[in-house]
Design a protein around this ligand. Structure first.
Ligand SMILES: [Zn+2]
Length: 188
């Protein structure tokens, strides 16, 4: 299966957010190994930028527009959109949304350049939330929504720490590059 990350970026921000896309490329490689380790699911990954031009027809982006984009690219590919807007509606608790072979999260713009900590804590974690939903659903877990939301609530309200990984995708406490939800309670 191909897991294709698509980073939406406004044309005028293409240069200033290049460093974020470089992080996305590394994160895609990380999620390839994470998905295999946690969900025993082998995926290939790809990451691309989707440039949104001012005045273009994609300017008013919303969930239906990117769902349509997903279908036109091929519904057998798992497209994961990293968007600069929140999903219009969702029952997720992390400003993300998922459906069959489809996910999106609101990728928050870092207030300062090269703030990897911000991307890791605010965005990388949300990606693991939506991936967990979809891989649990594909594996026919009936509680694929509740299971993830129970863990997420503990992160938000019970000080459960995220899992941290370094550039070689190994668990670490020091200088982590990536963070995911705690998967210890997911019995796969
Ligand atoms: Zn959710």
């Amino acid at each position: 299966m191909l897991l294709h990350f698509i980073f939406l970026v406004k044309e005028e921000e293409l240069e200033s957010r290049k460093w974020e896309f470089q992080y996305v490329e590394k994160m895609a490689d990380f999620y390839k190994s994470w998905t295999e380790k946690v969900f025993s699911c082998k995926v290939d990954v790809q990451s691309d930028e989707m440039i949104v031009r001012s005045g273009g027809r994609f300017r008013l982006m919303d969930t239906p527009v990117i769902l349509e984009d997903h279908l036109s690219r091929g519904e057998h590919i798992f497209h994961f959109y990293l968007t600069y807007f929140r999903p219009m509606w969702t029952d997720c608790t992390c400003e993300g949304y998922f459906a069959e072979n489809f996910a999106m999260v609101w990728w928050q713009k870092s207030p300062k350049k090269d703030d990897i900590d911000f991307l890791r804590e605010k965005n990388c974690t949300k990606v693991s939330h939506e991936l967990a939903h979809e891989f649990l659903r594909q594996a026919k877990f009936k509680n694929y929504k509740e299971l993830v939301h129970e863990i997420w609530d503990k992160h938000l309200f019970a000080s459960l720490p995220f899992e941290y990984y370094d550039a070689s995708h190994k668990k670490t406490e020091k200088n982590p590059l990536f963070a995911t939800l705690d998967t210890s309670s997911i019995k796969f």
